[in-house]
Design a protein around this ligand. Structure first.
Ligand code: FE2
Ligand code: FE2
Length: 158
């Protein structure tokens, strides 16, 4: 980010970059897990389930991209080492259930990950509100999509 851009963002930039990298890691872990489940799921509903999971997996990759852009605007760099994603995340890897036809298990994995994401973005929104409008706007946009993901899967529970 340019000098003026950094000055007007009245937040601890170093700390903010760390926070953003943590959600960046969460996004990649969710992306991998969701896409894995999309590609391996079996059973009666495998087509619908696969489609649902692939759709939100794509959203999570998009979120990671948006976060990477913002981290660099702030003068930082997104995590470069793959294994760091699991070390510097907010929540552990959303581990797919053992059975590839365990829809309830998959829904739970997604719901837990989404709840964690909602919490994490809420915290960053609180921190940046009225201080760093650009980051605030971005995290609110992502937060809205995470709420949508949670709702979509909640509906699947019937
Ligand atoms: Fe996301
Ligand atoms: Fe999500």
């Amino acid at each position: 980010m340019g000098k003026e851009g950094t000055k007007v963002a009245a937040v601890n930039v170093k700390e903010l970059i760390k926070d953003l990298n943590r959600v960046y890691a969460d996004e990649w872990l969710a992306h991998y897990s969701y896409l894995y489940m999309a590609r391996t799921c079996t059973g009666m509903m495998y087509e619908d389930m696969g489609e649902f999971l692939e759709e939100i997996a794509k959203d999570e990759a998009e979120h990671a991209g948006e976060l990477a852009d913002r981290i660099q605007e702030l003068g930082g760099l997104p995590l470069a080492i793959f294994s760091d994603l699991e070390k510097q995340c907010n929540a552990p890897y959303p581990k797919p259930p053992k059975s590839t036809s365990d829809y309830k298990g998959m829904i739970k994995v997604v719901m837990d990950a989404e709840a964690g994401a909602i919490d994490a973005y809420n915290k960053i929104a609180e921190k940046t509100k009225g201080k760093d409008h650009v980051t605030y706007q971005l995290v609110c946009h992502i937060l809205g999509e995470e709420v949508g993901h949670e709702e979509k899967f909640e509906d699947l529970l019937g």
